[in-house]
Design a protein around this ligand. Structure first.
Ligand SMILES: [Zn+2]
Length: 328
């Protein structure tokens, strides 16, 4: 039996490094380390892992072709699924062979109401295994068996946490007990885009001043998946000459005006964020004449870090090149 501990305090900790103006890299790293320690020391484990064998195969915020992945995927075979916290089953959909059944990518799935604000969702159950004899469940109950019904490329549990009051999906990893991850994220390329033309950065190089978009290809490999698909990192930040430009944290997705926003304060939708499978548009800024050192840093949820830096020479833009506006 486990009662849900409301995660507001965790969200509070995450907002420590939400603001991007004026924060310095070092201070930021300290904040992240302190927050992660604090979370792991005090509040990670607000939820239980819904399965015993935890093989994380996909993380929160990943590119799913036309939308952000709004939960995590856990492999580990056809094992039992338990509630992450006590709750009431408020929605249950069993995938059937009947063609009149509502089609859904989630396959056979359940939604639990855990508190007045929080819901947890469990998807892709093996056909016919979902609990059907009661609606009030505790963490000792079995909700069903992990399967691959619906839009699934193999047996796994899709697990989402929803804050209905805020209209947000939360990254379940911020609420579950920590999982070991021994591999650092990979930043395989960083590019600048000016006037719709992009150039992959090497060092040293010369790039004209002006309005510039910063793009990065970032993924997080894991010891749990030895096949092709890596996962999304937990955080990416970018700085120019030591000044932080962008910081993206994969902690929540907010639903607004029929769209989902990653890190809602910055208005990142799937369409303006993802450029390719693992390539993201971090943001647009004004590249100023002079020397510029661009540093992109990525963290996974376990705090492993990778960083790439590039030294650029930036000649003043020729007039008429469109280098106007404040950027940002
Ligand atoms: Zn999933």
């Amino acid at each position: 039996m486990k009662r849900w501990k409301p995660p507001q305090h965790i969200l509070g900790a995450l907002t420590i490094f939400d603001g991007r103006s004026g924060a310095r890299g070092v201070l930021l790293k300290l904040c992240i380390a302190a927050s992660l320690l604090w979370m792991f020391g005090g509040t990670a484990g607000a939820l239980d892992w819904p399965v015993a064998k935890k093989v994380l195969t996909a993380t929160f915020g990943e590119n799913r072709w036309n939308h952000f992945h709004d939960g995590i995927d856990i492999g580990g075979g056809n094992q039992q699924v338990h509630p992450s916290a006590d709750g009431e089953i408020i929605f249950r959909f069993e995938e059937g062979s009947d063609s009149r059944d509502l089609p859904t990518g989630l396959g056979s799935f359940l939604v639990l109401q855990n508190t007045s604000e929080f819901r947890t969702l469990y998807a892709h159950f093996q056909k016919g295994t979902m609990i059907s004899d009661k609606t009030s469940v505790t963490t000792g109950d079995v909700l069903g068996i992990v399967g691959d019904t619906g839009d699934s490329l193999g047996s796994h549990l899709h697990f989402s946490v929803i804050d209905t009051k805020k209209g947000e999906y939360l990254n379940p990893l911020t609420l579950l007990p920590p999982l070991e991850d021994t591999q650092s994220p990979v930043i395989s390329s960083v590019s600048l885009e000016q006037n719709k033309k992009s150039v992959a950065l090497g060092s040293p190089m010369s790039i004209p001043a002006g309005k510039t978009s910063l793009l990065a290809t970032v993924y997080d490999p894991s010891q749990y998946v030895d096949y092709y698909n890596p996962m999304a990192p937990f955080e990416i930040d970018a700085a120019v000459n030591g000044q932080q430009l962008f910081k993206i944290t994969y902690d929540r997705l907010k639903a607004k005006d029929g769209k989902m926003y990653l890190q809602p304060s910055d208005g990142r939708t799937f369409d303006n964020y993802y450029v390719a499978t693992w390539q993201v548009r971090l943001g647009t800024f004004e590249l100023k004449p002079g020397d510029a050192r661009i540093v992109v840093t990525a963290h996974d949820f376990s705090g492993n870090e990778s960083s790439r830096s590039y030294d650029l020479t930036v000649p003043a833009a020729e007039s008429g090149s469109g280098a106007t506006g404040a950027g940002g």
